[in-house]
Design a protein around this ligand. Structure first.
Ligand code: FVH
Length: 296
């Protein structure tokens, strides 16, 4: 299935929440015939006015197109919506946030019903969808054939990044990036808490903090290189022994400022364990292995 200047490929979208509506608007704006369905009433009307065909049931919506995109609240709602619907011959793209295991199970479930399956992890918020230059993209994993067949239409709302045939990989990449983001949010919360009671304007402090975080991002690549080499002493600038010694100042400053250390201590205690293990000349990369060991 390919796009050309005269005939845009049709598709179906199930789920018209904030994200589903943004996706729908992007496809409609690009001229793709779009059939939509939403569980509750009201959300489809503005899209009908923009040219969408509104299906009365999920089954009707699925029957309308070969390419069926699902963007619902969670995997349970996908199950509730699609159970009992004929999916034979369909290309099912699930943009609902799920865990890797849920995505793999959904891929098997779809294959058993005669459908090709692609899972997606959306790296964007709704206003970024269909907005050129916003940086929005979607991780995809699962059927490479499905991805190749519909690549052009999938690329309309956001960029695409195919990360492998393993249907769980899109969710895994999505969650890994989101988890790192929450680590950053935690650090930002701690930093603002430290200055909270002082005569320091948060808005004056913000650019200093943002610039510092940007300056530190090359450490992501340094960590990756050390993990790939298996040598955590390679290119170390600030070794673990120095960092653990310095962390006492971080903890004490928080106490002086009346700030809880509850966000900081879990990470610092991993570094202390590495130091106790005689790894003071390494970088902080060993924390990755401590976390991964804990999970097994
Ligand atoms: N919005 C965001 O910022 C994030 C960005 C990253 C990706 N997420 C994920 O996208 C999925 C959809 O998110 P959303 O923003 O569209 O979510 P809502 O606005 O809350 O809409 C939820 C839709 O799901 C429908 N729904 C809920 N439960 C059921 C069910 N049991 N059966 C059928 N449909 C169901 C709901 O329908 P209704 O309440 O209007 O009837 C909405 O269409 C999500 O996985 C995010 O994690 C968004």
């Amino acid at each position: 299935m390919t796009d050309n200047a005269f005939e845009k490929s049709p598709l179906t979208l199930l789920g018209l929440g904030a994200m589903g509506t943004a996706l729908a608007r992007a496809w409609l704006a690009a001229g793709h015939p779009l059939t939509v369905w939403n569980r509750g009433p009201g959300r489809a009307e503005p899209l009908a006015a923009a040219g969408a065909t509104v299906a009365g049931t999920a089954a009707e919506a699925v029957a309308a197109s070969r390419l069926v995109v699902v963007c619902l609240l969670d995997d349970a709602s996908v199950d509730e919506t699609l159970t009992g619907i004929d999916l034979a011959g369909k290309d099912l793209v699930d943009l609902t946030t799920s865990t890797p295991a849920q995505a793999r199970a959904r891929a098997t479930w779809a294959r058993e019903r005669g459908a090709r399956f692609l899972d997606g992890g959306i790296m964007a918020v709704p206003p970024m969808i269909g907005t050129p230059g916003s940086g929005a993209y979607v991780f995809y994993s699962g059927s490479r054939a499905l991805f190749d067949a519909h690549r052009a239409v999938l690329a309309i709302p956001a960029g695409t990044s195919y990360v492998g045939e393993d249907a769980g990989f899109a969710a895994l990449h999505d969650v890994a990036l989101l988890s790192a983001m929450y680590g950053m949010f935690a650090g930002v919360a701690h930093a603002f808490a430290l200055i909270r009671k002082e005569k320091i304007e948060p808005t004056a402090f913000a650019p200093l903090l943002a610039d510092w975080l940007v300056a530190m991002t090359p450490s992501v690549h340094a960590t990756a290189a050390q993990l790939a080499e298996g040598d955590y002493t390679q290119g170390v600038v600030s070794n673990l022994a120095m960092q653990v010694a310095g962390s006492a100042t971080l903890l004490r400053t928080a106490e002086e400022q009346g700030v809880s250390n509850e966000l900081l201590t879990p990470y610092l205690s991993l570094l202390e364990r590495l130091l106790a293990d005689g790894r003071g000349n390494e970088s902080t990369t060993g924390a990755v292995d401590l976390l991964a060991l804990r999970a097994t």
